[in-house]
Design a protein around this ligand. Structure first.
Ligand code: ADP
Ligand code: MG
Ligand code: MG
Length: 209
């Protein structure tokens, strides 16, 4: 099956930063409805810092790339999403190891490790109206696609993340700030599920060229 190079993995992060910057206002608008109106600013600050680090020195391997990403997000984002995205990338880096390219099976295992980190850290369950509601279906769709084509698996993951994001709209939040609203959190997309769909959109676009 096809392989993703370390350069393509770094390009994924750069494309995610672009998508976050382009959607900064939208993510903040979503967070103003059910949170504290900072999700776009939080992630934009974090990913801008990640790209600045990559500009200073490229990473030699996937472990280094994603550990630096995770540590930078933890130290610059704050809020709920900083430790959650940070843990996702730290575990992804540990899961992939010090390799310079990854295939579908390795990436699937790495994404699964990242997902497990988010669950351990945030203790959310499916349907709690969090980023997990985009991340879990994405990882499951990736696995279900098999290992013949990493491009196809990533595309399936993106479509599932987008559907999971859309499915958060009617949900009542049970984790994070949005849960303080109780029933009034229903009728809005979850900001973190929306940014997680952007993460998979970025990977899909990177591989599509
Ligand atoms: P904060 O809520 O601290 O202002 P952000 O606005 O940056 O942080 O991020 C909010 C997002 O974090 C939510 O939309 C939700 O997707 C995610 N989130 C919050 N708490 C949890 C949790 N316990 N587990 C998973 N995701 C969570
Ligand atoms: Mg917020
Ligand atoms: Mg906040």
């Amino acid at each position: 099956s096809d392989q993703i190079s370390i350069d393509a993995l770094a390009a994924w992060l750069r494309r995610f930063q672009h998508l976050v910057a382009d959607n900064r206002g939208y993510l903040t608008e979503l967070d103003s409805a059910i949170g504290d109106a900072d999700h776009g600013a939080n992630l934009d600050r974090g990913m801008t810092a990640v790209v600045a680090k990559l500009d200073e020195a490229p990473s030699p391997d996937a472990a280094d790339l994603f550990k630096r990403t995770g540590m930078t997000l933890v130290s610059t984002v704050g809020g709920a999403s900083g430790p959650l995205y940070g843990t996702f990338f730290l575990r992804l880096g540990t899961g992939l190891g010090a390799v310079t390219s990854v295939g579908a099976a390795e990436l699937g295992a790495g994404l699964r490790a990242g997902l497990e980190g988010v669950v351990q850290r945030g203790k959310a369950e499916p349907g709690d109206k969090t980023m997990l509601d985009a991340l879990l279906p994405a990882v499951e769709a990736f696995d279900a696609a098999g290992v013949d084509s990493v491009t196809d698996a990533v595309h399936a993951a993106f479509e599932a993340a987008r559907a999971g994001r859309d499915d958060t709209e009617p949900l009542v939040a049970r984790k994070g700030r949005a849960s303080y609203l109780g029933d009034r959190s229903a009728g809005h997309l979850d900001p973190g599920a929306t940014s997680t769909a952007l993460l998979f959109q970025a990977l899909d676009e990177t591989l599509a060229g």
